[in-house]
Design a protein around this ligand. Sequence first.
Ligand code: G3P
Ligand code: MG
Length: 386
Amino acid sequence: MARASTLKLAFHVYRTGQIGLKSTTNTGFTQCSRRYIQTHSQRPNNLPLAFAFDIDGVLIRGEEALPAAKKAFSVLHGDNPLGVEIPFILLTNGGGVSEETRCQKLSAQLGFQIKPEQYIQAHTVLKNIVSKYVNQPVLVLGGKNDAVRKVAEGYGFKQVYNTLDVLAWKPSAWPFHDLTPEERASAKEVDFAQVPIAAVFVFHDPRDWALDIQIICDVIQSGGIIGGPHVPYLRRKPIDLVFCNPDLVWRSDFERPRLGQGAFKDAFQAVFKSLTGSTYPHVQFGKPTEATYAFAENVLQDQSQKLWGHRQFPSVYMIGDNPESDIAGANAARWKSILVHTGVYDPQMGPPSHKPTYEASDVAEAVNMALDQELGTGRKPDAWTG
Ligand code: G3P
Ligand code: MG
C-alpha cells in the first residue's frame, strides 16, 4: 500500500479510532488503533514536520503550565498516528537564568523532559558572538541579582559587571535605589573609574528601569568609564549596545499583557534622545529577528538529525501567542505558523498585525491542526472544534 495512503489511512484510524475501541488516552487516540497503525504501516523514513513552541502565553502563564500544553506534549512524545517522536524546540524571548536551570523548571511545570539542546531563550544566540568580547569588560542588564552575570560567564564572558555592582561602588550613581542585603551580597567589588566598559548587553527584563537607563547613559556618554567626563560624540569610543528581546508586551498570569524589554528599550531611547538629541544605534536579537530564527532553524535541524538521522523537514510550525514576535518571525523565516488565543493576541481586538498560516484556540488544537495538515487528512482548520 503506497506510503501516502498508508499515512492517510493511519491518520483516519488515529482520528476516528474506527478500528479501535473507546478512547483510552487523554489525546483521544485509541491504543488499539495505534497498534493497528504500527503493525500495518511502516515507520516513515522522514517526518513531514517539526515544531517550534513559544512559552509565555502558549505553554505557560506566570508559573502555571496551561492544561493544553500537556496534551500537546503527549502527542509530540508519541501519542500520535505514527506513534513516533516529533522533533520540536522551545523558542522564547524569555530568559534571565541559564538554559539548564530553565529546562529543569519547565520539565517540572510541563511534566515532560525539556532538554537544554532543544531550548532557545532570548540571550542564547549570544553564544555566537561571545568570542568578540571574551576579554573585554561588559555590562549585563536584567534579571534578579547576579543571575544574568552567571549566565554570561557560563557563555564565556570573562569580565562581567552589572548595575548593582555600580551601586555597591557608588550609591550616589543612582540615589533612589538602596541595595537590599541580597543584592549587596551578589555585587562584585570593583572601581569603575578603572574599568572601560566595551559593551552593554540587555539579557533580560530589567528590575529597575531608572537605574539601568541612568547607567547605560553614563557608559555611552563617558566612552565606557562610568562617572568619567562626558566625551563629545565624534571623539567618543563607540559602546556596543545589544538588546535580546524586542517584546513591547508579553503575557503573564495577569489579566492584561505586561510591558516587556522592548518597552524598556523605548524608554531608554527616549531619555537618551532628550539628553543627546538622537537615539543610540544598537543590535537587536530575539524573535522576530532573522538571527534568532536562523539560530533556531539550526537547533531544530540538530534535533531532527538526532531523532531521524537527517536535517530536512518540509514544514516547521511556529506556535505562538504574539503576532509581532512569533508570527512575524516565522513568516520571514518561511516557516508555517499558528497563532493561539491563550496569550498576547486577543481576537476581540481585530485581525492580528501579522497574518499566521492558521489560528487555534490553544496549543493542543494547534498541534493536531498541523498534524492534520501535514499528514494529509485534508480536514480544513475551520473544521476544528479542538
Ligand atoms: O520576557 C518574556 C516575554 O517577553 C515573552 O516570552 O515565551 O512569549 O517569547 P515568550
Ligand atoms: Mg509568548
